[in-house]
Design a binder for this molecule. Sequence first.
Ligand SMILES: [Zn+2]
Length: 176
Amino acid sequence: MGDLRFRLPLAGNPRVNSPYGRRVDPFTKKKGAFHSGIDYKADVGTKVYASESGRVIRAAKHVALGELIIIDHTPNAKDGTKFLYTMYAHLSEYSVKLGDDVKRSEQIGLSGKTGHRVTGPHLHFSIIESTTKVKWNATGNTGLTSSSTFFKNPEGYYGVTTKADGLINEITDERG
Ligand SMILES: [Zn+2]
């Protein structure tokens, strides 16, 4: 896992509409709501790329997050080790399907504004770490305010900082 190197899920240097961490919830206006990812400005139809190689474990609609892709970057990891996932929400189209193995920088879909938790077109991107392997539960978890409830026993939610070349150079646990 040490050689995973996450890149931005969009080309160029996309503007951040809403950073990771505490914020005023755009829907409830409540202060201190936790945003477990980053919202990048992206017109509907912008190409979305796999941040790192992995296996698609979800490519299906979610009520709040819209058309949603989750990639498992540790498909061969064993229980007791760490698992890493990335999530891409509010998409308009898929280029991949459940079970596909994708390469870093491969196009996985197009951005959009699907799902209830969206005020305009953007890409919500999260990196999630877990100590247990995640299996998507199709029956659970609607009306989410963060990605956390997607995951069984999540360990951490990470913010990312990027370099000019679009590579993610630091992942910080801002909750700790
Ligand atoms: Zn978001």
